[in-house]
Design a protein around this ligand. Structure first.
Ligand code: SF4
Length: 468
C-alpha cells in the first residue's frame, strides 16, 4: 500500500482540507504515515497569510528532496494557498504536483496520473509534473465527507469557501476566490455523519463565517442563513457543542448575538478578529468598521452571555501605524480584556494592495518587533488574570484524548475554549463531557481533577427546545 505523508501549515481550514485529502486518498487505497522516510507521496498544504508560513513550507519541501535519491518514485506536492498564488513556479522548488485551493478533490487523481506516467516512461524521465490552480464551480461542495480522525470527539466542518472582503493585507481573496456557501442540508448531513461516528463538538469553518450563505440563501424570520445553520447543526442528535471561526465584525448582527443566549450547544466563545484599534489603520486595512463598533459588538455579546470568552487577531506594524495608532490598539486591548489574542507583525504579502503602499509608510522590523512584544505582554497578563480566576471553579470539559505535550495526561477544552490538562483513563474518558475542578493555572493552560463524567446524551426535551 503506497504511503502518504501530509504536512499542514496555517489555519484550521487548511487542517480540514488536509483531512479531506487524506480521507480521499485512503478511499483510493493509500495509507497515511507520519514517517517522511517511508512515504511514497509527500504533500505540503500551504498557507500564504504570512511570509513565515510560506518559508516554512518551502524549507520543508527542500529538506525532503534528499529522499528522491533512495525513493525515485516519490511524488512531491504542494496544495493550498501558496500553491494557488505561485502555481508552476513551485515546480522549481521541488514539487511534481501543484494543486490550488479549488482542486483538493483532484489530488488523488493527479497522484495516480503521475505514478502511471512514470511507470510508462523511461526510468530517466521521472519528472512528470501536474499544475492545476484553475477555478472550479461548486468546489466548496467537495470538502464535505465528515473527515474526523478515528475516535475523535471534535471535528471541523467547512461550510463555505472564499471571501469577498479584500482586506488590503490579505492574500485569501486571491487564493480562495469569492464567497461560496454549501447548502444547509448537506452540511447538516455531514454533521449527522460525524455525530454517528462519535463526534460531539463541531467547529464550523469559513473565512467570514457569519456571512455564510448571504448570496445563496434568504433570511427567514429575521435570521440570517448562518444563524439558521447554527440552529440546525445544534439540533443534530449527539452534537453537544457548536463553535465557529472566524467571523467578521461586518454583518455581525443581533440575531447572531442572541443565538449565544438561546442555543445551549453554541459555546460561549468567539474568535473575533479586531486587527487594529485605530480607525485610521482599519481604514488603510480596508476593514469597513470602526474600533468603537467593534467595542460595542463585544459589549452586546457580553450582555447576552456575560461569561463569553472573546479572543482575537491583531496586526502590529501595519504601514502608517505611528505610536499614537499603536497606542489606540493597546488601549483597546486593555479595555476589552480579550481572553487571548494572536498578535502578528505585519509582513508584506505579494499581490496584496498593502504591499504596494508607499515605502515611506513601511515600519522598521525593530519597531514591529517592539510593538509585538509589548502587546503580547498586555495580552498574556490579561489572559493569566482571567485564567487565574477560574482556579477553584468547576468547568465542563470535552476530553479530546492524550495531551500533546504530556502523553500520560489527558487534554480537553472548556466551553470557552481554554485548554485543560488532567489525569484519567484514556479509553474511558476520551470523547466524554467531564466536570473538572480547576486547581492550577500556568498562564494559558489550566490543570484540574475529574469531578464527574456526564452521560453521553442530552435530554430529549432540551434537544427539542433547540431544534430550529
Ligand atoms: S475578511 Fe479580510 S482578512 Fe479575512 S479572509 Fe477576508 S480578506 Fe482576508
Amino acid at each position: 500500500m503506497p504511503k502518504v505523508f501530509i504536512r499542514t501549515y496555517g489555519c484550521q481550514m487548511n487542517e480540514r482540507d488536509s483531512a479531506q485529502v487524506a480521507q480521499m486518498l485512503r478511499e483510493r487505497g493509500y495509507g497515511m504515515t507520519e514517517a517522511e522516510a517511508e512515504a511514497d507521496v509527500v504533500l505540503i498544504n500551504t498557507c500564504s497569510v504570512r511570509d513565515q508560513a510560506e518559508q516554512k513550507a518551502l524549507n520543508k519541501m527542500a529538506s525532503l528532496q534528499h529522499l528522491r535519491k533512495t525513493r525515485p518514485h516519490l511524488v512531491y506536492g504542494f496544495m493550498g494557498c501558496m500553491a494557488q498564488s505561485r502555481g508552476d513556479e513551485l515546480l522549481d522548488a521541488g514539487a511534481d504536483l501543484v494543486v490550488g485551493t479549488q482542486k483538493y478533490h483532484r489530488v488523488a487523481d493527479y497522484v495516480a496520473e503521475i505514478f502511471k506516467a512514470r511507470s510508462e516512461a523511461r526510468m530517466d524521465d521521472l519528472r512528470t509534473a501536474i499544475v492545476d490552480t484553475d477555478e472550479e464551480e461548486g468546489s466548496q461542495n467537495t470538502i464535505r465527507d465528515g473527515a474526523a480522525a478515528p475516535g475523535a470527539a471534535a471535528a471541523f466542518v467547512s461550510i463555505m469557501q472564499g471571501c469577498n472582503m479584500k482586506c488590503s493585507f490579505c492574500i485569501v481573496p486571491y487564493t480562495r476566490g469569492s464567497e461560496r456557501g454549501r447548502p444547509i442540508a448537506e452540511i447538516v448531513a455531514e454533521v449527522r455523519g460525524l455525530a454517528e461516528g462519535g463526534v460531539r463538538e463541531v467547529t464550523l469553518l469559513g473565512q467570514i463565517v457569519n456571512l455564510y450563505g448571504r448570496h445563496e440563501f434568504p433570511a427567514v424570520d429575521g435570521k440570517s442563513p448562518f444563524v439558521q445553520l447554527l440552529e440546525r447543526v445544534a439540533a443534530v442528535d449527539g452534537i453537544e457543542r457548536v463553535r465557529f471561526t472566524s467571523p467578521h465584525p461586518v454583518g455581525y448582527k443581533q440575531d447572531l448575538i442572541e443565538a449565544f443566549g438561546r442555543i445551549p450547544e453554541l459555546c460561549e466563545h468567539v474568535h473575533f478578529p479586531l486587527q487594529s484599534g485605530s480607525d485610521k489603520i482599519l481604514k488603510a486595512m480596508r476593514r469597513p468598521y470602526k474600533a468603537a463598533k467593534f467595542e460595542e459588538l463585544c459589549a452586546r455579546m457580553r450582555a447576552v452571555r456575560p461569561d463569553i470568552a472573546i479572543t482575537t487577531d491583531i496586526i502590529v506594524g501595519f504601514p502608517g501605524e505611528g505610536d499614537a495608532e499603536y497606542r489606540e490598539t493597546r488601549d483597546l486591548c486593555e479595555r476589552l480584556r480579550f481572553d487571548n489574542a494572536f498578535v502578528f507583525r505585519y509582513s508584506k504579502r505579494r499581490g496584496t494592495p498593502a504591499a504596494e503602499m508607499d515605502d515611506s509608510l513601511q515600519l522598521p522590523e525593530r519597531v514591529k518587533e517592539e510593538r509585538n512584544q509589548d502587546l503580547l505582554k498586555v495580552v498574556d497578563r490579561i489572559c493569566s488574570e482571567k485564567n487565574d480566576a477560574l482556579v477553584g471553579t468547576r468547568q465542563q470539559v470535552l476530553c479530546e484524548g492524550p495531551s500533546k505535550r504530556k502523553a500520560d495526561r489527558l487534554a480537553g477544552r472548556t466551553r470557552t475554549n481554554k485548554l485543560v490538562i488532567f489525569e484519567g483513563d484514556r479509553e474511558r474518558l476520551t470523547g466524554q463531557l467531564l466536570d473538572i475542578d480547576i486547581d492550577l493555572c500556568t498562564g494559558h493552560v489550566l490543570y484540574g481533577k475529574v469531578a464527574r463524567a456526564e452521560p453521553a446524551a442530552r435530554p430529549a426535551a432540551q434537544r427539542l427546545a433547540t431544534a430550529g
